[in-house]
Design a binder for this molecule. Sequence first.
Ligand code: FPP
Length: 270
Amino acid sequence: MKDLDRLALPGTPERDFLDQVDPSSLPRHVAIIMDGNGRWAQGRGLPRVEGHRAGIHAVREAVEGAARLELEALTLYAFSTENWKRPRWEIRALMALLKEYLQKELSALVDNNIRFRPIGRIHELEEDIQRGLERAVAATASNTGLLFQIALNYSGRAELVDLGRRIAEWAAAGALSPREIDEQWVAAHLETAGCPDPDLLIRTSGELRVSNFLLWQIAYTELYITPVLWPDFTALHLVRAVADFVRRERRFGGVVEPSPGNAEDELEET
Ligand code: FPP
């Protein structure tokens, strides 16, 4: 882990955690549903767009925090296929913020060895956003540190529908037989191909929903819901979520093996 002082100050419980934790117990992939921008703005008597603008700071905190924790991957849900139902002015503002983010942050992504990958129906976004995304992908393609996936015009169902269509096309062309398809094959043909499933899914603003995010990939993901509104989210909150994750016992549908002579350790299958 790098720059621990930038993650948590010495003498705090979060820093004690970072000093003592076995790095191999950290999540490899953290996904975040960034929620609460509107309520953050409303609480300050500001237009909703100001909440989104303030949310950019939290994006930076999460990306830099994940890079310092040396996680393998971070996926942020920035714009869902359902978000097109929002007022036109809000969509325009979100797209303008995205463009601004790509222009301003690209050099930081390059300098921090972060590899950028957009996921979602990118071809449906405005041309200049698509170009900005392509530039960011190309500029960071040879980076070897954190994989930063940003979900744009994304939903888990849309991703599965798109794969279903491709499967039908390949099958119709005689290029795919049913026996080739298993869980590994599906995972390798989703947009997140090559990235491990999220170990931890964080949702801000206290809502208890997964909102169509990474539906296939989160089958066994641990959920962490925080009341913090997204614009207030910092690297310290990421550390707290990770500390909570490390205490969890993951069973992936199995059982914890009882230690000899201690049958009480056995847990119910879930
Ligand atoms: C949810 O808050 C947030 C979004 C739909 C957009 C997330 C966007 C950002 C954090 C800023 C842009 C990001 C990048 C990377 C440029 P909400 O509006 O649903 O909040 P509410 O539930 O309080 O109304």
